[in-house]
Every structure is written in C-alpha cells, then in structure tokens.
Design a protein around this ligand. Structure first.
Ligand code: FDA
Length: 314
C-alpha cells in the first residue's frame, strides 16, 4: 500500500505547497476547487458551521481549523484571531460544548514567524474565549523548526488553560521523548504521523519506521494519565489504539480517534457505531492551498484524480 511517506512525488508536492506562484495559478483553476471541496468544508464560516452541524448530528465530535499559515503580517494574524472568536460565537447556536466542540490553531497563522510572543498572546485570546464558550483548543504541529517554540508556547498557556491540547508528529525522532514528558494528568496529545517535508537528521524517512514510532508513542500516551487523541486513518494504528487502551485498562471515553474531513467517512461512522469517540478535523477558509497540497502529497490516488480531471478538461 502506498502511504504517507513512500510517495515518490511527496517532496516535490510539499515544496510546491510553499510556492506563492503555484498557489496563485492553482487557486484560479475551477477544477482545483472541485477537489478542494472534498477536503475543505467551505470558504465561509456559515459553510463550516453547516458541516459541523451535520457531523454532530451523526454522533461525531469536531475540531474546526480556520485555514492559514506562515503569516508575516500582524494584521492578518489579528484577523485570524477574529475569525476564531466569531466561529466560537456561532458554535453557541449548536447546542453543544466540550468534548464535542474544539478548534485547532496553527501558531504560524497567529504570528509565530514574526514574534513568538505575538503568537502566544493571540493564542491566549482564543483560549480565553474558548474557555468561556466551553470549547476545547488544540495547537497544530508544523515543520520541525517550529517545534521547540510551539511546545514552549503550549507549556506556558497550559499554566492558565490546562486542557489546551497539542499535536505531536510520530515521524520526528524526538517525539517519543516528548510523549513521555507530556503524557501527564489532563494532557491532551493528538498523535499524528506528520505531514511536512523533514530531513533525515530529525525525522524517520521510511513508512515502516514512522509506523513503528507511532506505535511506540501511542503506547506511551495510552499508558499515561492524559487523554490521547489518535489522529490517523491507518487501520494498523486504529487497531493498535484499541489494543493499547484495553491493555492500559482505559475506559472508552478516556481517548478518541480523529480523522480529517472527507477522508474515510465510512470508517469514522463505523467507530462511532462501535461506541468510540471520533473527532473530525474540519478546515475552512480561503487559504486552503497549503493544506490541500499536503493532502495530495499524502496519497498518490488523490494526485492522480486531480491530474486526470485536468487532462479530461483540456
Ligand atoms: P497513512 O498516510 O499511512 O494513510 C493510511 C490510509 O489512510 C491510506 O492508505 C488511505 O486509505 C487513508 N488516507 C491517508 N491520507 C489520505 C488522504 N490525504 N486522502 C485520502 N485517503 C487518505 N500533520 C501534521 O504534520 N501536523 C498536524 O498538526 C496534523 N494534524 C492532524 C490532525 C488530524 C485530526 C489528522 C487525522 C491528521 C493530522 N495531520 C497533521 C496529518 C498527518 O500527519 C498525516 O499526514 C495524515 O493523517 C496521513 O497519515 P495517516 O496516519 O492517516 O496514515
């Protein structure tokens, strides 16, 4: 099976994910939009809220991400904060709270690349509003050059907001140690394989090594005192989560499964029918390019579908 890291086009696609020129070209193509719709809930807040309502009705939890990353403009970072505040106001119409409702943040969209403390204060504003609204917050993981800064911001914020969650990426060699350090009471760690182009000096390169690392990290989290969030579509990781939770004597509501909007919908529903907590990561907004390219890089079949659509149109 071709999975996340053994796609030969992956490095090129991930490099393209950071190209403003390609972004401008692709954003104008109508066919791109059709495939984007599979992975993104819409460009506007009402579209995102409609998707959330449907997922909640089906028994799933949600985490909504206002798309955007690598912001170099403080005004744009402030606009991102406003988007989250407005989204959480709209959440109040849904008649749900934690654990069903969550938002996910990228610190680079909140100004981390401009000034670490700007991102910290922007994230703090969102955490304060989320606490008031009864909404969980989880901080996404970006490329490895940001990991130390991100984890230090999360540690600082957790002093005031102990339920703040964070993402750890199993492809990073450091992550097993980070899991051990962070699996304490009230921690919420979302464990994923990792979606960026990382060098061999810091990250496992072979899919089998990434999976092995994921399993080691997952075991640490399941044996810990926190709330593990199993973010993977991989059947092997999903089965292992069940086994590790059982071995650790965990009740079914002390951990959850997470998948991305538009991916393995049937499996999400199967897990819900089996009594499991399942959260769907729901991205929305017009800055979808980087997110979309990472989804293409993950799966050659997605890329082939895109290329075939282009060819059949031309
Ligand atoms: P893997 O890639 O091995 O896929 C297993 C199977 O899942 C595939 O065979 C296919 O059936 C299906 N699948 C996987 N990706 C697919 C796709 N794009 N389209 C269609 N089918 C697909 N990464 C990161 O670096 N930082 C982050 O903050 C996050 N956040 C995050 C949140 C949540 C809730 C999830 C589920 C994932 C992330 N990720 C992430 C992405 C993650 O790192 C990883 O790139 C993808 O989840 C793919 O890895 P899998 O574990 O699913 O396995």
């Amino acid at each position: 099976m071709t999975t996340v890291l053994n796609n030969p086009l992956r490095p090129a696609l991930l490099a393209a994910a950071r190209s403003p020129r390609l972004e401008a070209t692709m954003s104008k193509m109508r066919i791109t939009r059709q495939l984007v719709d599979r992975f993104v809930a819409g460009e506007s807040e009402p579209e995102a809220v409609a998707a959330v309502r449907g997922l909640l009705d089906s028994g799933r939890f949600v985490s909504v991400d206002y798309l955007g990353e690598d912001t170099t403009d403080a005004a744009l970072a402030a606009a991102t904060v406003d988007a989250y505040l407005s989204l959480m106001q709209s959440y109040s119409t849904l008649g749900a709270r934690t654990p069903a409702l969550e938002v996910s943040l990228k610190l680079s969209a909140l100004g981390q690349g401009i000034d670490r403390d700007l991102a910290l204060e922007n994230a703090r504003t969102i955490c304060a509003a989320a606490e008031h609204a009864g909404v969980w917050v989880t901080v996404d993981a970006e490329d490895h050059t940001t990991t130390d800064s991100t984890l230090s911001i999360v540690r600082e914020l957790r002093e005031d907001y102990p339920d703040l969650g964070t993402v750890l990426q199993a492809y990073l060699k450091r992550t097993e140690a980070d899991c051990r350090a962070m699996a304490g009471p009230r921690s919420r760690i979302r464990l994923c394989k990792g979606a960026y182009n990382e060098p061999a000096s810091v990250a496992f390169q072979k899919p089998a090594d990434v999976s092995d690392s994921y399993l080691r990290c997952l075991r640490v989290l399941m044996e810990g005192d926190g709330y593990p969030m199993v973010a993977s579509h991989d059947p092997e990781m999903i089965d292992a989560a069940d086994r590790f939770a059982l071995a650790a004597g965990r009740a079914v509501d002390t951990y959850e499964y997470q998948m991305l909007y538009g991916i393995r919908d049937g499996e999400q529903k199967r897990l819900v029918a089996d009594g499991k907590n399942v959260r769907v990561y729901v991205p929305y907004g017009n800055q979808w390019y980087g997110y979309f390219m990472r989804r293409l890089a993950e799966r050659p079949a997605n890329l082939m579908f895109f290329v075939r659509s282009l060819v059949s149109r031309s």
